[in-house]
Design a protein around this ligand. Structure first.
Ligand code: R5P
Length: 282
């Protein structure tokens, strides 16, 4: 059994291979003059663990090509970050259920699929092969523990991330609460006021995804206004669209922390060991 990955998941794939005590298959990636992707794999084993975060449309196509190149229905697919998961229903007539379309194409040519903190586990029903979703909540909690903060407050920016925030907080027995969020547009978020004991405290806002950073930047401004000492932003998937990182740091956020499901300079915890454990467990 070997690991193989798309171009933008190489570091993650190497960590996963190490955790599984195996190696990564060499892949040549290139493009045709018209922009089409091309790839060619090195020698494969009977069973291959195919790894690729779908962070953009190029990564999506590369992952599809890799599944086809590996060409065995025994292969297992790991998608640490799966874009399109937030369009999980028809919010307006005429819209696609994007995650359903994506799930259908990734359900061919592999025996099972592993994801990490997918936006809503309900979408796993759209895959037609067995799936499992692992969580890095404990890993994030353990990372927060290393900072040795006095009585930190773990906050979720909305109800959707509250279960995740509770899992993070359970690592240190820390306080947990949530803010209320109203999305005004793709980049504008309003945080409704809520009674929080943020004064004089270190606050961790934790979410599954930081995309534009609008959600957390708004919350951080509000929390500093309430006298928080330090505000940190943490997420599983650091999408960090456009100038998100800079926008967050400009609000006075102490640090931005994400996992390596998307490989970023601020990836400070890894989902690789959790995935290796899940793949090794029947
Ligand atoms: C939405 O439901 C997600 O859980 C995140 O809260 C959202 O994607 C964050 O987006 P942004 O960083 O653009 O505010």
């Amino acid at each position: 059994m070997k690991v193989i990955s798309t171009e933008k998941s190489q570091v993650f794939a190497t960590r996963l291979a190490r955790a599984l005590k195996t190696t990564v298959v060499d892949v040549t990636y290139s493009r045709f003059p018209d922009g089409e992707h091309y790839l060619r794999t090195g020698d494969l084993d009977d069973e291959t663990i195919i790894v690729g975060s779908v962070i953009d449309n190029d990564a999506l196509v590369q992952l599809l090509l890799l599944i086809d190149a590996c060409d065995s229905s025994e292969n297992r697919l790991v998608i640490p970050y799966l874009a399109y998961a937030r369009q999980d229903k028809r919010f307006h007539p005429g819209e696609p259920i994007s995650i359903r379309a994506v799930a259908q194409i990734f359900s061919r040519g592999v025996s099972d699929i592993t994801t990490v903190n997918i936006h809503d586990k309900d979408v796993l029903r759209y895959f037609s092969v067995p799936t499992r979703d692992i969580s890095v909540a404990r890993d994030l909690g353990e990372y927060i523990n290393t900072l040795d903060l006095d009585n930190p407050l773990i906050l979720s920016p909305d109800d959707g991330a509250l279960a995740f925030a509770r899992q993070v907080a359970s690592v240190g027995g820390w306080d947990v609460d949530n803010l209320e969020k109203t999305r005004l547009s793709g980049v504008e978020v309003k945080m409704a006021p809520k009674q929080l004991c943020a004064k004089g405290r270190s606050v961790f806002i934790v979410d599954d995804i930081i995309s534009t950073g609008g959600t957390i930047a708004t919350a951080a401004g509000m929390l500093y206004g309430q006298g928080a000492d330090n505000v940190y932003a943490a997420c599983v998937h650091g999408v960090l669209t456009g100038g998100a990182y800079g926008r967050l740091m400009a609000t006075g956020i102490r640090d931005v922390i994400c996992s390596d499901t998307i490989e970023r300079a601020c990836s400070k915890l890894s989902a690789a060991d959790g995935i290796a454990h899940a793949l090794s467990t029947p």
